[in-house]
Write a protein that binds this ligand. Structure first.
Ligand SMILES: Cc1ncc(COP(=O)(O)O)c(C=O)c1O
Length: 394
């Protein structure tokens, strides 16, 4: 079952971790805490499970593996539920305070007291599925119009899920980066508020709030542990997830924090390329990866600024490990809990298994029988037909 990982072709680039303030200054502790205080009051909030994969740990000769299963998050299927919706609320709250000319409690932005302002505050976003679903859910919750742009390869199932939340969903011809570019243009031309999970020069405030929202997940993990994992394997799209988890771990555990390993699809390796170039670098996407949430050509500037200082290792994984990793989670080694996962959720896991099984990589990344590994299962099954196809193939 694990042979595929042993022979998979994995690209590696070392990071250049260095002392710096990015993990503290770009998403401050206050910002993480404000997001946590707000989001944990929302109806439907419950910490997601942290699952121990003991049989797999023993098979791979590491001390422990824990897998944060974001499938149940707010019934939306992914960790993204935490970020986009919270950033939508921050936009609305800001507009309300601007119009009122004085401070307004956050609760009043949520409870319909300013429904007229909410109704005139249109949010707009590009997405490959999960972020848009969160933005649409937030907009519906707070009574705001919402426009979402998706690219040609985003599954219709994902578009339907966003329309069901009241979003106006437009499919474009190009790829994810083209949908981001169109969002910027339309947002600026129409006075709509861009709620993006990626950032660029001059646009960092909202993405920083999105990443602060993701911090709820890392806070829950930190509360369950009495010491930091030695390693965390984090899948990267634009890098927002990886940077948020990295910053929240660092702020909690300080110098004892985990070694950060970033894992991307080999078809969308913008963070590995950035590590090699020593600066944020765009990757040309020639073919879409199965890991739809990770199909991003341009790194988030904000995320890269954190990962540049904090990440030790960058990996890419081939498409061929996606099916085996999804199947391994659904039909695990005896003793481990079966989990249905999405194809982007298992990228960190797949990168870790490859690293644990390939001697040279194992050494480079410092994995051994004392390693305590954290994985973020960033989504449940958000595309049922793809999941069924992957399951049937093995
Ligand atoms: C399920 C899932 N995992 C991971 C990611 C990657 O997050 P980021 O783009 O912030 O790196 C995404 C992005 O959409 C996602 O949907």
């Amino acid at each position: 079952m694990l042979e595929t990982f042993e022979t998979a072709s994995v690209a590696y680039a070392p990071g250049t971790p260095q002392p710096g303030r990015a993990a503290y200054d770009l998403i401050t502790a206050e910002r993480f805490e404000a997001a946590r205080q707000e989001i944990t009051t929302w109806s439907g909030y419950a910490p997601t499970p942290l699952v121990e994969l003991s049989a797999l740990a023993s098979r791979l000769s590491v001390a422990s593996i824990i897998y944060k299963d974001e499938g149940p998050r707010f019934g939306l299927g992914s960790f993204k539920a935490l970020g986009g919706a919270y950033a939508v609320l921050k936009v609305l709250h800001h507009e309300i305070e601007k119009a009122a000319g004085h401070a307004v409690p956050m609760a009043d932005a949520c409870n319909g007291k300013y429904a007229d302002i909410a109704g005139q505050t249109t949010v707009i976003s590009a997405t490959d599925g999960n972020h848009g679903r969160s933005v649409a859910w937030g907009a519906q919750r707070f009574g705001m119009p919402c426009r979402i742009y998706i690219h040609a390869e985003v599954s219709e199932e994902r578009a339907i899920a966003m329309r069901a939340l009241g979003a106006n969903v437009t499919r474009i011809d190009g790829d994810y980066d083209a949908s981001v570019a169109l969002t910027r243009k339309e947002g600026e031309e129409n006075g709509w508020f861009i709620v993006s999970d990626t950032s660029w020069s001059g646009y960092t405030e909202t993405p920083s709030e999105v990443m602060a929202g993701y911090g709820v997940m890392t806070h829950e993990i930190n509360q369950e542990l009495n010491r930091a994992p030695t390693h965390v394997f984090l899948q990267g799209g634009v890098g927002g997830l990886a940077a948020s988890v990295t910053a929240a771990l660092k702020q909690h555990w300080g110098d004892d924090s985990s070694r950060v390993v970033v894992v991307e699809p080999e078809l969308a390796p913008c963070l590995l390329m950035s590590a090699k170039a020593g600066e944020a670098t765009v990757a040309v996407i020639e073919e879409e990866t199965l890991m739809a949430g990770l199909s991003c050509g341009a790194p988030s500037k904000l995320a890269w600024a954190i990962l540049e200082q904090e990440a030790s290792d960058f990996l890419t994984i081939p498409e061929g490990v996606v099916g085996p990793a999804v199947r391994l989670m659904a039909r695990p080694l005896e003793g481990d809990q079966p989990l249905d996962t999405g194809e982007s959720a298992i990228a960190g896991l797949a990168g870790f298994i490859c690293a644990a099984m390939q001697e040279e990589l194992r050494k480079k990344i410092g994995l051994d029988e004392n390693s305590r590994v954290l994985l973020i299962g960033s989504e449940g099954v958000t595309d049922r037909s793809l999941f069924d196809k992957l399951m049937a193939a093995g």
